[in-house]
Write a protein that binds this ligand. Structure first.
Ligand SMILES: *[C@@H]1O[C@H](CO)[C@@H](O)[C@H](O)[C@H]1NC(C)=O
Ligand SMILES: *[C@@H]1O[C@H](CO)[C@@H](O)[C@H](O)[C@H]1NC(C)=O
Ligand SMILES: *[C@@H]1O[C@H](CO)[C@@H](O)[C@H](O)[C@H]1NC(C)=O
Ligand SMILES: *[C@@H]1O[C@H](CO)[C@@H](O)[C@H](O)[C@H]1NC(C)=O
Ligand SMILES: *[C@@H]1O[C@H](CO)[C@@H](O)[C@H](O)[C@H]1NC(C)=O
Length: 464
């Protein structure tokens, strides 16, 4: 009997002890659940409280040295304050957080209806006064080159009025008469010969025959600021009257003001030529094989349109192509070096970090619909002195990746490349060419010799 009982007891113990051991766990879980349900529910409106305790950055604590692992950094290895110490990063950080879709979903969703506080606060309709107090934010302000000083004190200004505004370039109301390609050339008042050569060769306005024999409408405009030479300014006025293709704004036409030509051109485009399918924007010393570019762009458009419209919109809204430069490092050498890059000098007190990928400014093509989006996003990107980098910064905030086009030779032909008779028939763009060379190349490429007629576009990436 006793042995029977003890065997029975052992079995009870066997079954119940796990239950007894687990009891505290059950109790703990139910208490926690109760707590979470009670406080979690009321915690949703109080999310702001939770959010304010979060650190501004997540910082990896880093690992200690271990014999089994490769050496790791012992301190935090994420820079926690990239935005501190560089003027552009500081002010852009504030603006970026303002429009951060996670931190502020309402603002981000309604971006276009939100007044732009950071920039508009200092924007003025008529005049815009330099902000000399900015020197307090930049410790080395006094040592900066003049162009950097000028940029920094006026970087809050971007609403410069038009001096010459051609009205006849496009029919803004009519989609049917919209150009397939709007060519916008950055030029300066004195470069009359370049403009004339472009007008008579690759930038001719009107119906242009593509290489494959189709006819498409092309319009050309020239983008200018003002110069100090009143004589030349007067001539420009006459030139504008004669050709109707000059757009001039009331700012000094300097290298560090080139970005203004982008943002002001996007604004002009949205009002005066909003239905143009594609835009080419480039320098006045490049040669472009416009008929071949047109064929290429028509293919881009057709490629997108085979699946009932929706895909086409997507491709068109994101289309931007050029000679794409990745991971570029800002030029930190103040004095002219062998490459003569001093004009690109950006001090560390102004910008920290790499540049985003950007298509080189010598020539870039994007769709009209992307230009509308660029105008919108540029309202929340502070001006940057280098115009093609600025385009990259805007594209980055739109989540758009520029397409690299090996046939855009914005650095010219590779030096070690043997001369090929059909070389110019494999490219879409080449820098840098004089007005005389533009005429010569235009007639040479317009009527290709039989062996060059079907030369394919070059696909080899640029050797870095
Ligand atoms: C966006 O703006 C519209 C009108 O400007 C407003 O009715 C709507 O509530 C806003 N949406 C959000 C998410 O704030
Ligand atoms: C900034 O410039 C003003 C004059 O424009 C000068 O009085 C002041 O000392 C400068 N401040 C710094 C920190 O350099
Ligand atoms: C840009 O133009 C404005 C207006 O003419 C001028 O005040 C400013 O100094 C210019 N900026 C640069 C960097 O030249
Ligand atoms: C169009 O699509 C074809 C097939 O997918 C592709 O080979 C070609 O490169 C595309 N052309 C352009 C201009 O994107
Ligand atoms: C586009 O959609 C319509 C209706 O949804 C359909 O009738 C048509 O066949 C589609 N076209 C193509 C090219 O898929």
């Amino acid at each position: 009997m006793a042995s029977y009982l003890s065997r029975y007891r052992r079995r009870i113990l066997c079954f119940c002890s796990p239950c007894i051991l687990l009891l505290p766990v059950y109790i703990y879980v139910s208490v926690v659940l109760c707590y979470v349900m009670k406080h979690g529910a009321s915690g949703v409106p109080g999310a702001r409280v939770v959010h304010s305790v979060l650190p501004r950055h997540f910082i990896a604590s880093g690992l200690k040295r271990s014999r089994d692992l490769a050496p790791h950094p012992e301190k935090s290895f994420w820079r926690s304050e990239l935005e501190s110490g560089a003027l552009w990063n500081i002010i852009q950080y504030t603006t970026d957080s303002q429009y951060n879709p996670i931190l502020r979903p309402h603002l981000a969703a309604n971006s276009s209806s939100v007044p732009y506080t950071a920039e508009t606060s200092r924007r003025t309709g008529g005049g815009c006064f330099p902000n000399y107090e900015i020197n307090q934010t930049m410790p080395d302000f006094a040592d900066l080159p003049v162009q950097m000083k000028n940029f920094v004190t006026t970087m809050h200004c971007r609403d410069y009025p038009l001096i010459i505004d051609p009205l006849e370039v496009c029919h803004p109301q009519s989609k049917q008469w919209a150009p397939t390609l709007l060519i916008a050339i950055k030029t300066q008042t004195a470069n009359f010969e370049n403009r004339q050569a472009i007008r008579e060769t690759w930038g001719r306005s009107g119906k242009i025959k593509t290489l494959s024999g189709r006819q498409r409408l092309v319009r050309t405009v020239f983008l200018l600021g003002k110069s100090e030479d009143l004589d030349i300014e007067e001539k420009l006025l006459l030139e504008g009257e004669k050709y109707g293709d000059i757009i001039q704004w009331d700012f000094m036409d300097t290298f560090f003001n080139l970005t203004l030509k982008d943002v002001l051109f996007w604004d002009w485009f949205s009002r005066r030529c909003p239905h143009a399918l594609f835009i080419f924007k480039g320098d006045d010393d490049v040669f472009v094989r416009t008929p071949a570019v047109l064929d290429y762009l028509l293919e881009v458009k057709a490629n997108g349109s085979f699946s009932n419209g929706s895909r086409q919109e997507n491709i068109m809204e994101r289309f931007v192509m050029g000679d794409v430069i990745h991971n570029a490092v800002p030029i930190r050498a103040k004095l002219a070096n062998l490459a003569g890059f001093a004009k690109y000098y950006i001090p560390e007190s102004f910008y920290k970090g790499l540049y985003p990928s950007y298509p080189g400014g010598g020539g870039v093509v994007y769709s009209g619909s992307l230009a509308h989006r660029l105008l919108e996003v540029s309202q929340r990107v502070h001006l940057f002195p280098i115009d093609d980098v600025y385009l990259g910064m805007c594209l980055q905030r739109l989540g758009v990746y520029p397409i690299h086009q090996p046939a855009f030779l914005t650095f010219g032909f590779p030096k070690d490349e043997p001369k090929e008779p059909c070389a110019y028939h494999t490219i879409l763009l080449v820098h840098k060419r004089s007005p005389e060379e533009m005429f010569q190349l235009w007639f040479e490429t317009l009527t290709p010799s039989p062996e060059c007629r079907n030369a394919p576009l070059r696909v080899k990436p640029r050797p870095d």
